[in-house]
Design a protein around this ligand. Structure first.
Ligand code: AP5
Length: 229
């Protein structure tokens, strides 16, 4: 029975905005651990669909390899499926979504329908010139997905994942200089305008993501602690 002292807690909806290599995935995983939120990466969901050979995955594969954006229809379908799972109840970190005005409008409508709104959209601000090096040096643990980099973040013991002890690593098919250039173009043409959208809603935050990984995590953590009070 209500006592009158309960505080209504709304699920947290955080958005990480930034071009390829800005550190969205790296930081989302760190925030997930620190704040108990769920990282929801449309890139990861699409890569899983490609690997499984689902109709969405078959349609997305060539588009992703070209560096262009997958259609809003496919992305919204896989996102809705993921959002319907119970583990997202406490809150989510959206990594790589929304990426177009249509996706942002669909998210606003979806949240408004359940009495919610975006808690914060955090723009990871970087220099494009450094992103090709960040992306082409990236590799991940094949078993748990922990991310590494040839120069900036190597496993403590060479060839062994710090997190799960796995010994197999993989690199993404779209992490070559040519495709990264296309992904950067797509970001500036279709995603960067969302920064103004979220500024207009009063939920935009900015972080200097040219700092080292731990410094970026510190700045982001301060923001998330403030907006989720
Ligand atoms: P997606 O998987 O979302 O890729 P992306 O946006 O291009 O971003 P990345 O994963 O490349 O970079 P990141 O910012 O996560 O950087 P990371 O933390 O790994 O999308 C792939 C494709 O899927 C798209 O091109 C599109 O086709 C499709 N897609 C996905 N979502 C879509 C959507 N909503 N709509 C339509 N299409 C969609 O870091 C990179 C490397 O740098 C790592 O090695 C890391 O260790 C290192 N690093 C990170 N931070 C730092 C730092 N501060 N200093 C030094 N090194 C760092």
């Amino acid at each position: 029975m209500p006592t009158g002292t309960e505080v209504e807690t709304r699920p947290v909806v955080l958005i990480l905005l930034g071009p390829p290599g800005a550190g969205k995935g790296t930081q989302a995983r760190m925030l997930e651990e620190r704040f108990g939120l769920v990282q929801l990466s449309t890139g990861d969901l699409l890569r899983a669909a490609v690997a499984e050979g689902t109709p969405a995955g078959l349609a997305a594969k060539a588009v992703m390899e070209s560096g262009a954006l997958v259609s809003d229809e496919i992305v919204l379908e896989i996102l809705a499926e993921r959002m319907a799972r119970p583990d997202v109840a406490r809150g989510v970190i959206l990594d790589g979504f929304p990426r177009t005005a249509g996706q942002a409008a669909a998210l606003d409508t979806l949240l408004a329908g359940v009495g919610q709104a975006v808690t914060a959209a955090i723009s990871l601000e970087v220099d494009d010139a450094a992103m090709v090096g960040r992306v082409s040096g990236r590799f991940t643990c094949a078993a748990c997905g922990e991310g590494y980099h040839d120069e900036h973040k190597q496993p403590a013991v060479a060839g062994t994942c710090d997190k799960c002890g796995g010994t197999e690593f993989k690199r993404r098919a779209d992490d070559n200089a040519e495709t990264v250039a296309e992904r950067l173009k797509a970001y500036h043409a279709q995603t960067a305008p969302l920064i103004a959208h979220y500024a207009g809603l009063g939920v935009l935050e900015r972080v200097d993501a040219m700092q080292d990984i731990d410094a970026v995590a510190g700045g982001l953590g301060d923001i998330v602690a403030r907006v989720t009070v």
